[in-house]
Design a protein around this ligand. Structure first.
Ligand SMILES: *[C@@H]1O[C@H](CO)[C@@H](O)[C@H](O)[C@H]1NC(C)=O
Ligand SMILES: *[C@@H]1O[C@H](CO)[C@@H](O)[C@H](O)[C@H]1NC(C)=O
Ligand SMILES: *[C@@H]1O[C@H](CO)[C@@H](O)[C@H](O)[C@H]1NC(C)=O
Ligand SMILES: *[C@@H]1O[C@H](CO)[C@@H](O)[C@H](O)[C@H]1NC(C)=O
Ligand SMILES: CC(=O)N[C@H]1CO[C@H](CO)[C@@H](O)[C@@H]1O
Length: 941
């Protein structure tokens, strides 16, 4: 195709949202795709709205034909009107444009609409586009706004009422759908409720595979995923549908189609990098953070970012003399990547940073790197980061930690912690994503986690640079202020920062905290602010206020929180606020008022249902909007009905309702888990195994889910798969008190499969973790006997230099080293130890074991009263005597002519005598007594 490579390059640079200069400096062909390039340039200069004002574009968008279609609204529904309109626009573009250029231009218009919407609601600076003027000149603006917002409802959730220019995003979404020839039945704009999520996913996959080598379509897929993420951010909760389709769209093939693998260029690497970052971001946005971990790890490999968290001595303020231990994140970008950012980095960024406000940016001063494990617990100012702190494997990938300074990679050790090098912008983005993953997967308000989070933010904010990107920098400031509000010492300052940031972000005003805009044009600002918007977690303007309100709530300042929610017109959130302080009446009133105006707000109906615990309301919420949480509430209700309802547990209904909820939102881990437990409880093991399989596909580090999956599989006689599930459970098991149960199952299943190495491993874990607390009671002696029997069947190596097999070595360690530390009175155990000592040709040690067994048993306090104890003691005495006899004269420990026990006869006799004298009072007539007497006779002869 003519201009193929040029087109690929244009689309790549556009996906990367490179600075205008970078784009201009490429060596383009003199002819061809000229218009496309000019339009792209408008978008890259932060002037997306100018695109629709270009003559050749506006003559299509706003032609007489177009207006005659648009006039159908409001007699006809807005959705139908726009369907016709967008179809008309696409047809006109592809009819008029020469070969590919028509389709390309159509895509560029879609991108312009999307970027303009983002600028208007996320990043600023504000610009002018007036929907009613452009498309519906005769209609009331409010009416167009309201009807447009309605089209953005999905999965029962309404979109935010007061967003600016909703029609822009609606159009962008429709343009992307039309460009991919998605039919009306499968649309996500005013989603058709009869199309199941499965159908939508299959349809998307079909298109992806059909066009997997088509560059323009691949770019369409990618941009559509971005648009869906924006759509998702306009809702109060995550939407299963939007997250699932985004994840499908972000298919690795799209990178290949845009820059083929043969072309191992810098651009390709950058595209792969943002692809990974966007995939990770989707997982973060949809609250399935564990799915982000492989992508974030891949991002690190591609960009070659080197990072590690470690300890350092630090002074926190100018006035503080003592040095405390603090955490510091050492990080370094691969150099050629940051210089590869080229002209942009050399040039000053449009916004200037002054970071010396004491109040706002108190920064620690690091003295030297420090081992973390050296810290003492008594010193409360220090971080307790003791040496057995062991973050799990996944979290190690999110934030690698070095507890000892000597383990820090050389490259990072050389860095001055106070003046770390500037990172490339994408690496900052990566840090912010790692931050989000860590934050979302960690317990709230855990001081150690907060320190770690603080260290990440510190690494972003404390770099001496006048070139930081506005979006990255303001996000870091925002997160930092949220962290500050979690600490008593800094909570007021945190709130103050939040408030001023809300005022400042997006508005070009003279500022104290935020970067100040120099005299550059709005366009330059807009483009640099938009550069990484598709890789970072999305925060529309109003959600900043919502976070502030949440913060007020958590501090107990109810009035301020409610004021904010009312100003933002978020009745559901205000109602939840009242519920939190047990003012249900108020909450109900707010919701009822909302429902008068918006009777189809499924989320509001469902929340009302939650307050009143009324199944009718949940059913209605499902009916009007298929709101998945309504069904989840119903499910939990029937699983555990309130006493007042007079109902009893109905697992069948609980399962049925949860099944419905999961069909709309299949990305909810907790709901799958609950569903699985219902399956186990009701004996539906296929269902349970499906459910827990879904759980571990969302979070493969959940030991509980793996273990429950194993339980279900065992019931289905799938022993081998159950065993591998248990292996995963064990890999991820923490220090939880219940972990021994998992090991116990593991041992049983491994034994069933004859995996003796695994049995051994499990038994050892059990003995060492529980044994130290509960002693020999927890020892599964039968299992250990089995293990010893297997050991006995092998040969102890004859050559002194020969090595033991792994099994032999490990079994010897368990029986001879671990077991003796916990057994006290069990002759059976000691006999086992003795057997193994003998196996490894240590008769002296074997004899010692039997002596210890004898001593333990003869010292038992119920020797006089309990015949069983007496008999056991007699038996151990017999064992001991027999051992003296057979082992006594063997060569001894030193192998220097010494014997195992030279005076064995004497010792044997005194052992018998001592036991006889102990039993004399009670057991003179017993069988045991006679046995001892006979033994004594034998010895004297
Ligand atoms: C310029 O156009 C010619 C012919 O149309 C093509 O062979 C060449 O690859 C193009 N160059 C670039 C940089 O796209
Ligand atoms: C593209 O832009 C250049 C300069 O910016 C202008 O000279 C040229 O006429 C434009 N071409 C088209 C087709 O818009
Ligand atoms: C747009 O809406 C405003 C206010 O709702 C109305 O006054 C105006 O007539 C409408 N049309 C135009 C072209 O602005
Ligand atoms: C819901 O139940 C149907 C019928 O039993 C089953 O085919 C489907 O897989 C279930 N859905 C989920 C999400 O488990
Ligand atoms: C409704 C709303 O929050 N609008 C905001 C969208 O974002 C721009 C730019 O940040 C703000 O100026 C608007 O106030």
């Amino acid at each position: 195709m003519e201009h193929e490579s040029e087109m690929k390059e244009i689309l790549s640079l556009l996906l990367l949202l490179v600075p205008k200069d970078t784009f201009e400096s490429r060596k383009w062909n003199a002819t061809g795709l000229l218009e496309t390039r000019n339009i792209t340039q408008d978008i890259l200069s932060g002037n997306a709205l100018k695109v629709v004002q270009r003559d050749e574009i506006s003559s299509i968008l706003f032609s007489d034909d177009s207006y005659s279609i648009l006039k159908r609204f409001p007699q006809h529904p807005l959705r139908d009107t726009l369907e016709l309109y967008v179809k008309h626009v696409l047809d006109t573009f592809t009819k008029e444009g020469a070969d590919i250029e028509g389709e390309l231009k159509f895509q560029l218009v879609a991108i312009s609409l999307l970027q303009s919407f983002i600028q208007l609601n996320f990043t600023g600076p504000s610009t002018t586009w007036n929907s009613n003027k452009s498309l519906f000149p005769d209609l009331e603006e409010d009416y167009v706004q309201k009807e447009s917002v309605k089209l953005l409802s999905i999965d029962g959730q309404p979109a935010y009422n007061l967003m600016s220019e909703p029609l822009l995003i609606v159009l962008a979404l429709l343009f992307f759908e039309k460009g991919l020839q998605i039919d009306y039945h499968k649309t996500l704009v005013s989603r058709n409720r009869d199309a199941t999520l499965e159908e939508l996913v299959d349809d998307t996959k079909l298109r992806l595979s059909f066009w997997k080598e088509n560059t323009i379509k691949s770019s369409f897929f990618w941009w559509r995923s971005r648009a869906l993420q924006i759509h998702s951010s306009l809702l109060s909760e995550e939407s299963g549908t939007l997250s699932a389709i985004t994840a499908v769209l972000l298919n690795v093939n799209i990178v290949d189609a845009i820059v083929p693998p043969v072309q191992n260029s810098d651009i390709r690497r950058k595209l792969q990098l943002i692809f990974c970052l966007e995939s990770a971001r989707n997982a973060v946005n949809s609250k399935t953070e564990h799915l982000a971990i492989p992508f974030i790890e891949k991002s690190r490999q591609i960009s070659d970012l080197n990072l590690v968290l470690t300890g350092a001595k630090a002074k926190r303020t100018k006035f503080q003399k003592v040095h405390n231990s603090a955490l510091v994140l050492l990080a370094k970008s691969k150099t050629d990547l940051s210089s590869g950012q080229g002209s942009e980095n050399k040039k000053k960024s449009p916004e200037v940073f002054e970071l010396n406000s004491d109040l706002l940016l108190e920064r620690p001063e690091f003295e030297s790197l420090d081992d973390l494990e050296l810290q003492t617990e008594q010193d409360t100012k220090r971080i307790k980061f003791d040496s057995d702190y062991r973050p799990d494997e996944g979290m190690q990938n999110v934030l690698p930690i070095c507890t000892r300074a000597e383990d820090i990679p050389v490259e990072l050790k050389e860095l001055n912690p106070n003046e770390q090098p500037v990172l490339s912008d994408v690496d900052y983005v990566q840090l912010l994503l790692r931050y989000a993953i860590l934050k979302q997967t960690s317990p709230y308000n855990n001081p150690l986690i907060e320190e770690q989070l603080g260290a990440i933010i510190g690494r972003i904010l404390y770099t001496k640079s006048t070139n930081a990107n506005w979006l990255i920098f303001s996000r870091a400031l925002w997160e930092r202020s949220l962290l500050e509000t979690n600490k008593a010492r800094t909570v007021e300052r945190g709130i103050l920062q939040m408030t001023s940031l809300i005022e400042e972000i997006g508005i070009k005003i003279k500022t104290r905290i935020m970067p100040q805009a120099s005299d550059e044009s709005d366009e330059l600002l807009a483009s640099s602010r938009l550069r990484y918007i598709h890789q970072l977690p999305l925060l529309p303007q109003w959600t900043l206020d919502m976070k502030l309100a949440e913060k007020y709530m958590s501090l107990g300042v109810l009035r301020s929180a409610i004021e904010i929610y009312e100003r933002l017109q978020l009745p559901c959130e205000a109602a939840l606020c009242y519920v939190a302080v047990d003012e249900e009446q108020q909450a109900e009133q707010i919701l009822l008022r909302r429902l008068e105006e918006f009777p189809d707000d499924a989320r509001a109906i469902s929340i009302l249902g939650d307050i009143k615990q009324d199944p009718e309301l949940w059913l209605r919420a499902w009916e009007v909007g298929k709101y998945p949480r309504a069904k989840a509430s119903l499910s939990r209700y029937y699983y555990n009905p309130p006493a007042s309802s007079g109902e009893t547990r109905n697992i069948g209904l609980a399962i049925k309702h949860m099944n419905d909820s999961l069909s709309i939102n299949p990305l909810n881990y907790d709901n799958w888990f609950f569903y699985g437990c219902c399956g186990l409880e009701s004996g539906q093991f296929e269902l349970a195994s499906e459910a827990f399989t879904r759980c571990v596909s969302i979070d493969d580090m959940s030991s509980h889910a793996w273990s429950n999956l194993a339980t279900a599989l065992l019931k289905l006689d799938k022993t081998r798969p159950a065993f591998s599930a248990l292996k995963n459970a064990i890999r991820n098991v923490g220090e939880a008190d219940t972990s021994w149960k998992i090991y116990e199952n593991y041992v049983i299943v491994a034994a069933k499969l004859g995996e003796w190495n695994d049995v051994l491993f499990g038994v050892k874990e059990l003995v060492s973790s529980r044994g130290s607390r509960q002693g020999e009671k927890v020892v599964d002696i039968t299992m250990i006997e089995k293990l010893v029997q297997i050991l006995m069947e092998t040969e102890y190596p004859n050559e002194p230099s020969a090595r033991l097999t792994h099994y032999q070595e490990s079994c010897v360690d368990l029986v001879c080293n671990v077991l003796p530390t916990i057994i006290t009175g069990s002759a059976r155990c000691w006999r086992l130890v003795s057997k193994v000592e003998l196996w490894q040709r240590k008769p002296w040690a074997a004899l010692e074991c039997l002596e210890r067994a004898y001593r333990a048993l003869t010292q038992k306090s119920d020797l006089d009263t309990n015949e069983k104890t007496w008999n056991e003691a007699v038996e151990s005495c017999c064992d001991l005597v027999a051992a003296y006899e057979s082992l006594g004269e063997l060569p001894g420990r030193h192998n220097a002519g010494d014997l195992v026990c030279k005076d064995w006869k004497y010792k044997a006799r005194s052992a018998i005598r001592s036991l006889l004298s102990k039993g004399k009072a009670t057991w003179e007539d017993s069988e045991g007594w006679d046995k001892l007497q006979a033994l004594k006779e034998e010895l004297t002869n």
